[in-house]
Design a protein around this ligand. Structure first.
Ligand code: ADP
Length: 277
């Protein structure tokens, strides 16, 4: 029976394994620090603005450490059952179905809860017993206590820019994690990433990064966030598809960011400074 369960867990783990090395450009000490944290199975929090490489970093580390990765995009409608699991009705009666957190704890995966502040606080507390010496997950509805697999690790991401009093992690949650600060990579590195991810040449990549730098200074002055590395990659992809650079930038770096006509004009002017028609 135990052997059967182990075999089943190995099969599930294979589904979540990352087989190809994800491209991740290490920007500082994050790889070494994460590796040391993982060695002690310390829960890790990745802090930083949207689209700056947090998810890519976790994928890369999961590949490097040869661990399966289970990612959950958190949202405000998410309940504890969405993480832990629930009984489902089928023709034979009721059947328990593990949620992603439970699966990760059973198979020894890295469980990545993306944008965890989006989840309600009563949802967030289910991770508490997994993040201290207990390393356990109570399935209250099922009456089962799962001891986390020795390789299991919890990682969360958190965008400090969005926090409000209503939506912030409690200290009792925050203080269960070691944290790494992430930000957009410095200019040359970011251009290298954009070129590598999209196939545009170095000159175009550098111009895209320069536009982004201008907008990042507008954060808090009419923009909630500057243009992320993700959006630069989108712009590069459109240009590599043969789209005119100004139109590509408008679609990926101006229109998604704001609806304010003045701000759009400001952003467009920044684009036109670097990409002349
Ligand atoms: P988030 O911080 O929101 O999780 P992602 O990890 O999804 O952001 O990053 C968005 C995109 O930016 C990635 O898909 C990748 O193309 C690019 N990117 C950002 N930083 C890096 C990096 N250091 N190395 C490689 N790609 C990166």
């Amino acid at each position: 029976m135990l052997q059967q369960v182990e075999e089943m867990n190995t099969d599930v783990a294979e589904q979540y394994r990352i087989t190809q090395e994800p491209f991740y450009r290490v920007t500082g000490a994050e790889e070494a620090l994460y590796q040391a944290a993982y060695a002690r199975r310390m829960p890790v929090m990745l802090k930083g603005p949207t689209g700056c490489g947090k998810s890519r970093f976790v994928e890369y580390m999961a590949w490097k450490l040869q661990r399966p990765l289970i990612t959950v995009a958190c949202n405000e409608d998410m309940t504890a059952s969405d993480l832990v699991g629930r009984f489902l009705l089928d023709k034979d009666g009721t059947k328990w179905q593990d949620g992603p957190l439970t699966t990760a704890a059973r198979i020894g995966a890295i469980c990545y809860l993306d944008e965890v502040v989006e989840a309600r606080q009563d949802t967030t507390v289910v991770i508490h017993p997994l993040t201290d010496h207990r390393r356990a997950l109570p399935l209250d509805k099922k009456g089962e206590l799962i001891e986390a697999h020795p390789d299991f690790q919890l990682v969360i991401s958190y965008n400090p820019g969005y926090q409000s009093l209503m939506k912030d992690l409690k200290q009792s949650t925050k203080q269960r994690f070691g944290a790494l600060d992430f930000d957009y990579p410095e200019a040359d590195m970011e251009a290298e990433i954009v070129a590598r991810e999209t196939g545009v040449d170095a000159d175009v990549a550098q111009k895209l990064v320069q536009v982004a730098h201008r907008t990042r200074n507008l954060k808090g002055h009419g923009l909630d966030e500057g243009i992320s590395t993700r959006l630069l990659v989108y712009a590069g992809q459109m240009i590599a598809e043969g789209v005119d650079p100004q139109a590509a930038c408008l679609m990926t770096m101006v229109t998604p960011l704001t609806d304010d006509p003045d701000m759009r004009q400001t952003l467009q002017a920044a684009v036109e400074t670097f990409f002349v028609n």
